[in-house]
Ligand binder design. Structure first.
Ligand SMILES: NC(=O)c1ccc[n+]([C@@H]2O[C@H](COP(=O)([O-])OP(=O)(O)OC[C@H]3O[C@@H](n4cnc5c(N)ncnc54)[C@H](OP(=O)(O)O)[C@@H]3O)[C@@H](O)[C@H]2O)c1
Length: 242
């Protein structure tokens, strides 16, 4: 029996990277998991690899998020865990940021996270229990040259966790954020050697992180071991924030 057995979990953006590692981690801990991605065939294929369920979902579409989460809760009779992980990154110096890029970053990272937390809260309130984790970033805590829009979006995500934790505590629902440092995924694959070396040099643990290391922190936050933890933004960054 795993620590999450009997629980039902949804992980948005579970087709690769941190979301995929989280779906695997939660499934290994005994949870029934539904992972989502924008493309149905890919979501189903990645889910099959893990022996979990997969569905198409674009988090920028509030109605679609609401019906997908409701459908999972209805099918399983409950919803215990939601990880609002779906996110995008676009780098640009402030003088070069395109309007479309700002729109995409805010509609996915901020609005998409709010839609997901809202749908999760609605599905969890009646049972007066649940755990939600959202994906912030060290960049949202510290800022980053060339990442103004992304940094703004991720700072907002931290405040989604803090505000909804205040609001939903009375329903027994905990909301926390993780703030990864630089993690080796497709999102960071474009970083050049010079930037990587600088990040490693600035990181007390002297390396970049792996998706599994973020997934394990998420597993802890959604488990009963974190039963009195809510509204926190937990750095998973090798000390880079210091
Ligand atoms: N990697 C890092 O260093 C790092 C650091 C700090 C924070 N984070 C955050 O951690 C989260 C995961 O990052 P990652 O590195 O694992 O990124 P990734 O490898 O690029 O994966 C992103 C995931 O989000 C999904 N996604 C993107 N837009 C979506 C949308 N509109 N609707 C639904 N799903 C969408 C993608 O699915 P499809 O493309 O299949 O739809 C994919 O599964 C993000 O929120 C990111 O900002 C990452």
């Amino acid at each position: 029996m795993g620590e999450l057995s009997g629980k039902v979990a949804v992980v948005t953006g579970g087709t690769r990277g941190i979301g995929y590692a989280t779906a695997r981690e939660l499934a290994e801990a005994g949870s029934e998991v539904v992972l989502t991605g924008r493309d149905e065939a890919e979501a189903k294929q990645r889910a099959d690899e893990l022996g979990v369920s997969g569905m198409a979902l674009n988090v920028t579409d509030a109605k679609a998020v609401g019906s997908a989460i409701r459908a999972v809760a209805k099918e399983h009779g409950q919803l215990d865990v939601v990880v609002a992980n779906a996110g995008v990154l676009q780098d640009a110096l402030v003088g070069m940021i395109r309007e479309e890029a700002v729109d995409e970053l805010l509609s996915t990272n901020v609005a998409g996270t709010i839609h997901t937390v809202q749908a999760a809260a609605r599905a969890m309130m009646r049972r007066k229990t649940g755990a939600i984790v959202v994906l912030a970033s060290i960049v949202g805590e510290r800022g980053s040259a060339g990442q103004t829009a992304y940094a703004a979006s991720k700072a907002a995500v931290g405040n989604v966790a803090r505000s909804t934790a205040k609001e939903l505590g009375r329903y027994g629902i905990r909301v926390n954020a993780v703030a990864p440092g630089v993690i080796e995924t497709r999102m960071t694959a474009h970083l050049g050697e010079e930037v990587r070396s600088r990040r490693v040099a600035d990181t007390p643990l002297g390396r970049l992180g792996h998706p599994e290391e973020v997934a394990r922190a998420i597993r802890f936050l959604v488990s009963d071991d974190a039963s009195f933890i809510t509204g926190q933004v937990l750095g998973v960054d090798g000390g880079l924030v210091l």
